[in-house]
Design a protein around this ligand. Structure first.
Ligand code: CS2
Length: 492
């Protein structure tokens, strides 16, 4: 067994890809906030590929954790010279192991907020990228407005020298850059939100404007916020994954990342302070990412929600199990074909039929063991981005709503916290209490649940057609269970 470290690299098996560049010579042009599995399987890999070609040597990555929980990742990476293993698992013979060196350092904000502000202000830092989850942008889904009243935002407005949120840090660093005459960095969101760059921009400008209007104006004029579509299915790393990696390769890695072979990134080319030559390693640059992000978020992330709550209620715990269930698989495919597709504009260079076939194959990947609990998490933030835009378009088109209503009814049913096998589970959502209170209103659950305005907005609960479709599906689930409801829905 080999504990992963810089020293052990040369002794690894020849089949394992590893950094072939001098890590000490790399400068850190990118600071990435939110180093989870996804960043390490996606942006860091594109960047690593460039470094391995001897290119973009000024674009190494410094990881940042803003939350106390990020200490685990920092400690794991620090103990192994910030190296980690990407364990790529496909259903065929496309397994690949790669030790990645692109992340060269990691700052845990709570250790020293000032150090982080200085790092972000350094002229060497030219891109600040983010994976802070869909909910991390503190934006009200029903209005699109920044939620300035949140306690952590209020804290940052009152204590600009020791912030807690991403907006406090970005704002403090950009102020220093402006005052010192340093070119600002690009803010690059890599989260699954429609117009993620635009959302990041609006949040940062609103936050900053509450402190310093002139700084907000300067940011507006000088900082760029490219929109991006990002894609790679990345399960949570489990102990089984760690063990599997160890058994197959001899590498003992405290926190490897497992991912499918598929990877995609479509990115707007708007960088105010330069960027790596990512186009050389497969990133597609475009002027307008909208058709790509609509396609990806509505078809992939939306279908994930379509399969996950129903699958979990049936007692499945992994994505591939839901695809092995004929009825569920047919339901997911018909949601894609009959509901989502008509809401999409043509996507340059992409054949949607083929795209959807590939999605079903990707969801069926048995090797990565993608957890439904991961996909079920944070429903209150995911629905407004992944499913409700499709529903609103379908309502406007006068389409039948039974299939899409079932996704939402399944979520409501799942929130009771017990599956059809009688197994109890907790709800992985920061707003779990609030959601569960709404579905506990047994006298009028439809009204109380769809009345959650932060999630559903105003138009959806006011549609008599949708409300009755939702009510019917919820009643079916309660009376007849998931299987029969699916059969009835497919026959509707
Ligand atoms: C998933 C995504 O969290 C979710 O609900 O749909 O994490 C998904 O796996 C990625 O967006 C794939 O790119």
């Amino acid at each position: 067994m080999t504990k992963l470290s810089a020293e052990c690299l040369s002794g690894l098996d020849d089949s394992i890809i590893r950094p072939v560049y001098d890590r000490k010579a790399i400068r850190q042009g990118i600071v990435h906030i939110g180093v989870g599995g996804f960043h390490r399987a996606h942006q860091a890999i594109y960047t690593e590929q460039l470094l391995n070609r001897g290119k973009s040597l000024e674009w190494g990555i410094c990881g940042v954790g803003l939350r106390p929980e990020d200490q685990g990742m920092r400690d794991a990476l620090a103990a192994q010279d910030y190296l980690y293993t990407l364990y790529e698992l496909g259903d065929g013979d496309d397994t690949q192991t790669q030790v990645v060196g692109a992340i060269g350092d990691f700052i845990l904000a709570q250790d020293n907020p000032q150090k982080l502000i200085e790092k972000l202000s350094s002229p060497e830092t030219r891109i600040v990228s983010l994976t802070i989850t869909e909910g991390g942008y503190c934006t009200d889904d029903s209005t699109g407005e920044f939620n300035a009243h949140l306690p952590q935002i209020q804290h940052d407005l009152q204590h600009p020298e020791s912030p807690k949120t991403v907006f406090g840090y970005l704002s403090a660093a950009l102020k220093l850059r402006r005052d010192r005459g340093v070119t600002p960095f690009t803010v690059m969101s890599c989260d699954n939100l429609p117009h993620n760059g635009e959302v990041a921009r609006k949040a940062l400008l609103t936050f900053t404007g509450l402190q310093d209007q002139e700084l907000a104006r300067w940011i507006d004029e000088n900082v760029s916020f490219p929109n991006a579509m990002v894609d790679r299915i990345t399960p949570m790393t489990s102990d089984e994954h760690r063990e599997q990696l160890r058994a197959a390769t001899g590498i003992e890695d405290r926190w490897p990342v497992v991912a499918e072979p598929f990877i995609q990134w479509v990115l707007e080319d708007r960088f105010c302070n330069g960027r790596p030559e990512w186009e050389e390693v497969g990133v597609q640059f475009t002027d307008d990412v909208t058709p790509y992000e609509d396609m990806k978020i509505r078809l992939l992330n939306g279908s994930h929600l379509a399969m996950t709550y129903l699958g979990f209620l049936l007692g499945y715990r992994f994505a591939h199990e839901t695809m092995e269930d004929e009825t569920l698989r047919r339901y997911v495919r018909s949601y894609m074909d009959l509901d989502v597709t008509s809401t999409l504009s043509p996507v340059p260079g992409i054949d949607l039929e083929e795209y959807k076939n590939t999605l079903i194959e990707r969801f069926s990947n048995r090797e990565i063991c993608d957890q439904l609990s991961r996909i079920c998490s944070d429903g209150s933030s995911k629905f407004p981005k992944f499913v409700l835009p499709t529903l609103l378009d379908m309502m406007a088109q006068g389409k039948p709503l039974a299939r899409v209503a079932l996704i939402i009814a399944a979520w409501a049913h799942y929130l009771r916290g017990v599956d059809e096998k009688g197994e109890r589970y907790s709800i992985p959502d920061p707003r779990a209490g609030w959601l569960q209170e709404a579905i506990a209103e047994t006298s009028n659950v439809v009204e109380s649940f769809l009345g959650l305005e932060d999630v559903f907005g105003k138009t959806i609960p006011n549609s008599a057609e949708f409300v009755s479709a939702f009510q019917l599906q919820l009643e079916r689930l309660q009376k007849f269970g998931v299987k029969a409801t699916l059969e009835m829905t497919l026959g509707d």
